[in-house]
Design a protein around this ligand. Structure first.
Ligand code: NDP
Length: 294
């Protein structure tokens, strides 16, 4: 068997096109231009790249990106004041504070200060609680992207045995909650799980969010299963260059799985596309409009 490759790049491009259509509709029908504040504290090079990429994608979708660059020495009190200002600004529909923050700032405090209605990362405890309670919420972008990709293979996930490897707050746990909301039978595994390969082999849908290069081997995968690889691991490549690999041994998995996301080009591009979708959802929720039909 050779697995079908789930083309995250193409699916993300399609989703971004649909979001741009929704943005045009909001402008035309409601005179609303979605705006997102992207807050960067300090000069972490990786964070600078992420912020630039997000702001560019926001602009390409026809939305307004309001960049707030604050110095590395910003105090927690100053950042909380800035967040409160953005909460009160009606032109700002979404607030994204790029993590990690400098060590003098408590990230959890900052996340908890963002208005839940503007929390387009879906990390606020109110949104986490709503997701866990099965209520409409802004949900984390990468997990949402995983579910959208899985549904391109299986339009209904109901009754599927899903195994999630990893239980972080930003990927593993919300993926599990979203899959549960889709009526899958979900098993969440982690570093203390016994005999992980056997547990993984039960999965019709296997989601790997571990951060360990190529840890999931071919013989961990049930023949025909759908595998979503969230991992992004930088490995030394040829000629002193870096290469990116996932948490799944791609070559081995390709021979066993029914469908598989590549790394790069799988979940990664979906994260930004789902962020754009979340901004539009936030605007609609804030203005009592029906959410986008995507
Ligand atoms: P974390 O380090 O926060 O969580 C890793 C999880 O994997 C933990 O729950 C941990 O278990 C579990 N784990 C670690 N080692 C093992 C093991 N040997 N066996 C079983 N479980 C194990 O990582 P994140 O969730 O933040 O990210 C996971 C991966 O996804 C990373 O590669 C990251 O770069 C990538 N990522 C990709 C994104 C994208 O846009 N594509 C976005 C976000 C993340 P325990 O809880 O017991 O410690």
């Amino acid at each position: 068997m050779t697995a079908r490759i789930i083309d995250g790049k193409a699916i993300a491009a399609q989703l971004r096109g649909k979001v741009a259509g929704e943005v045009a509709r909001l402008k035309q029908a409601h005179d609303l231009t979605p705006g997102i504040a992207v807050v960067l504290v300090g000069t972490n090079p990786a964070s600078e790249v992420y912020v630039r990429t997000k702001s560019k994608a926001v602009a390409e979708a026809g939305m307004r990106a309001i960049d707030r660059k604050l110095p590395e020495t910003t105090t927690e009190a100053d950042l909380l004041t800035e967040v409160a200002r953005l909460n009160a600004d009606p032109a700002v529909h979404g607030i994204l504070v790029q993590l990690p923050l400098p060590k003098q700032i408590d990230s959890q405090k900052v996340i908890a200060t963002i208005d839940p209605a503007k929390d387009v990362d879906g990390f606020h405890p109110v949104n986490v609680g709503k997701l866990a309670s099965g209520l409409p919420a802004l949900v984390p972008c990468t997990p949402l992207g995983c579910v959208v990709l899985a549904k391109t293979v299986h339009p209904s996930l109901a009754g599927m045995d899903a195994v999630v490897i990893g239980r972080s707050n930003i990927v593993g746990k919300p993926v599990a909650q979203l899959l549960l909301a889709e009526n899958a039978t979900v098993t969440v595994t982690h570093s203390k799980t016994r005999d992980l390969p056997t547990v993984a082999r039960r999965a019709d849908l296997l989601v790997a969010a571990i951060g360990k290069p190529e840890m999931v081997r071919g013989d961990w995968i049930k023949p025909g299963a759908t595998v979503i690889d969230v991992g992004i691991n930088r490995m030394p490549g040829e000629g002193g260059k870096w290469r990116i690999v996932g948490d799944v041994a791609f070559g081995e998995a390709q021979k066993v799985a029914g469908a598989l996301t590549p790394v790069p080009g799988g979940v990664g591009p979906m994260t930004i596309a789902c962020l754009l979708l979340n901004i539009v959802r936030a605007v609609c929720m804030q203005h009592g409009l029906p959410g986008p039909k995507i």
